[in-house]
Design a binder for this molecule. Sequence first.
Ligand code: PRP
Ligand code: URA
Length: 209
Amino acid sequence: MKRVIVTEHPLIQHKLTLMRMKDTGSKDFRELLTEITMLMGYEVTKDLPLSEIEIETPVMKTKSKVLSGKKLAIVPILRAGIGMVDGFISLIPAAKVGHIGLYRDPETCKPVEYYCKLPQDIGEREVLLVDPMLATGGSATAAIELLREKGAKNIRMINLVAAPEGIEEVHSKYPDVDIYVAAVDEKLNDHKYIIPGLGDAGDRLFGTK
Ligand code: PRP
Ligand code: URA
């Protein structure tokens, strides 16, 4: 319960440093996020169950392991979460993708929902909820609430950078949701931005600032 898994692999930490630098442009930012997502994917999928099937190699018949049919759904929180979809899809091509549209109101910093489209059988799927930033935790908890309303049972959250405040908020409401993160930063500033952080992930990904 209340598991936070910090993925401290040197490649992830190196690439995250490049993403944090203010002069890193959108193209590099996007590519680095995809690369980090794939590296984090190794840790996130480490416990997927396997079963053995009979196969024939060019040399002989043998038994070999395959993923044992656990169905997955990748659910990005729009917009910035979109930047983590390609990395996961390339690792798990059979996964379905749902979308939850939320933006943080600039005045109140509270999440506003504007879109939700999930796979119909979301209740039978292991959900990977992805968003680069976990700041106050408002967007994450709103997304988890929506997923639960639609029947999702098993949810794991994957963030690039989290503030301690956001982790605390998610786990106070949903202690069973494991949080995978590349870095837990110091805190939130007065504008509820993560510090040191990397700025506005959505704007940096899509070049909107
Ligand atoms: C960012 C980020 C998270 C949210 C985190 O999205 O991608 O969804 O803020 O903040 P919180 O933990 O305080 O809710 P934003 O609202 O800026 O929308 P965008 O992805 O469309 O830019
Ligand atoms: N959203 C972001 O993109 N960055 C932050 O630091 C906080 C919320």
